[in-house]
Design a protein around this ligand. Structure first.
Ligand code: SDX
Length: 436
């Protein structure tokens, strides 16, 4: 970042001395006012719950222009990456800052492939869960448990440890998600097959059984790989900020990523894809498109607590570019599977059309986000609704790691420790229980 030819002067109407605050510029996007010395100079904090106007770090990984609906991974538009690259290239880009050449891609892919197995002891963790446990409960446990097996790569301040931990996490997340699925349906776990692609291997571990060979459908394989690309990173979202804050204490990478998994689970965040598909199924059960108007009235009634899941975004005040690409992927997969008349896809497109013409949504700049169509694609592929957020976590792991490693490599980083505006009881003395 560089000092802008501008500065902020904060003055106070109560006559307190004004303070000058430096303004910094990045390469693109809003400038920042550096308030690090504000408390020392004024005795006051800034107040920004939800961090609507707060840059918590500087980063060179992902840039979002919410007004334009633009998403860049290391400067490359998501539309170009989703069309011209695959998830392994995208992982290399996010981790190291550049797209690999053919040899680099082959070496990176081989490295990931050779770490897809998990320690045989990992399977025994699943036995402690009920078969109907939510996969995100299982994933939160399993990812944290990985740190118990890799004492050789848990020093987050050791660059080599960070590198091998990154490869291990990217490689093992599909294996763990597939294990959570197999456990829920009472089928045996399937080992990874190294000759398959990253997405193909995941499909194999999900849907193959020891009883017969499983043939990966290339259309589904490509669609799943694109879903991974679209979910790989997204600037300082809630789960990435969780990973950064958790990692800032110096804890190991596995524990920090487990914290990200836990945060992503929430329906306001990565859990929205599961919530969106459940919402579509409920509207379909009520009567489908004919009931959309009634549903929208509930959404617009503040007291209902009903939201149009898969719509709205803290940053995008325009169409989420990932939603457009996800809708295209939806079309491709449904056509390939002969499901082009899928009622839920028709319902989703009807909902989107109605919302984008309704002033409630237009005035609030609410558009479809990445979660609006992703559930329909995953359901068509045969992935159960409860596993959708697990797939999101699988794909976002590379972004979490890239952001964590960037933070640890930033000489400015400190343990994150926000302050507060205290509104509780002032000092008072304890009264003995007999006199209370
Ligand atoms: C992800 O941050 C990221 O980058 C996240 C993510 C990533 O890749 O990491 O993009 C992934 O989490 C996508 C978002 C998935 N969540 C959902 O689809 C859940 C439904 N969406 C909402 O919960 C909401 O839009 C949020 C949480 C996504 C954003 O909330 P904000 O920024 O805090 O906005 P807000 O709640 O202040 O909403 C502004 C207004 C409010 O109405 P008013 O008080 O002004 O009258 O819009 C309304 C909200 O009630 N609103 C909605 C709505 N989203 C916002 N009303 C109905 N349906 C919705 N979906």
């Amino acid at each position: 970042m560089k000092l802008a030819d501008n500065k902020a002067t904060m003055s106070f109407s109560n006559g307190s001395a004004s303070v000058d605050l430096p303004v910094y510029s990045g390469s693109i996007g809003p400038d920042v006012i550096d308030i690090r010395k504000l408390y020392a100079q004024t005795g006051m904090f800034t107040y920004d719950p939800g961090f609507l106007s707060t840059a918590a770090c500087q980063s060179a990984i992902t840039y979002i222009d919410g007004d334009k609906g633009e998403l860049l991974y290391r400067g490359y538009p998501i539309e170009q990456l989703a069309t011209n690259c695959d998830f392994m290239e995208t992982c290399h880009l996010l981790l190291y800052g550049n797209l690999p050449d053919a040899a680099g891609k082959a070496a990176f892919t081989k490295n990931v492939t050779q770490h897809t197995m998990v320690n045989e002891q990992m399977q025994f963790f699943l036995r402690g869960f009920r078969r109907d446990a939510h996969p995100m409960a299982i994933m939160t446990g399993l990812v944290g448990a990985l740190s118990a097996f890799y004492h050789d790569s848990t020093d987050i301040n050791n660059a080599e440890h960070r590198e091998i931990a990154a490869i291990r996490l990217i490689a093992k997340m599909p294996t763990l998600v597939a294990m959570a699925y197999k456990y829920s349906i009472g089928q045996p776990f399937m080992y990874p097959k190294n000759e398959l692609s990253y997405a193909g291997n995941f499909l194999h571990m999900m849907f193959a059984t020891p009883c017969e060979p499983y043939v990966v459908n290339p259309v589904i394989e490509r669609a799943l790989d694109r879903i991974f690309v679209l979910h790989a990173d997204h600037e300082q979202n809630a789960s990435t900020s969780t990973v950064r804050l958790c990692g800032s204490s110096g804890t190991n990478p596995f524990a920090a990523i487990a914290a990200g998994v836990a945060c992503l689970w929430g329906p306001a965040h990565g859990g929205a894809n599961e919530a969106c598909l459940t919402m579509l199924e409920e509207i379909q059960a009520m009567g489908g498109v004919s009931k959309v108007g009634e549903f929208m009235n509930q959404v617009k009634d503040k007291n209902s607590g009903v939201k149009l899941m898969g719509f709205g975004h803290r940053v995008y005040k325009n169409y989420d570019p990932r939603a457009k690409l996800m809708q295209e992927t939806c079309n491709e997969v449904l056509e390939a599977l002969g499901l082009e008349n899928d009622p839920l896809f028709k319902l989703a497109k009807a909902l989107e059309k109605i919302a984008l013409e309704d002033d409630y949504f237009v005035s609030r700049k609410l558009y479809p986000n990445v979660d609006f169509y992703s559930g329909i694609v995953q359901r068509a592929i045969g992935i159960p609704v409860k596993l959708f957020t697990g797939i999101f976590a699988l794909a976002r792991t590379v972004g979490w790691i890239a952001q964590l490693n960037e933070m640890i490599g930033d000489p400015e980083y400190k343990i994150g420790r926000p302050r507060q505006l205290f509104t509780g009881a002032e000092r008072r003395n304890v009264v003995e229980i007999g006199k209370r």
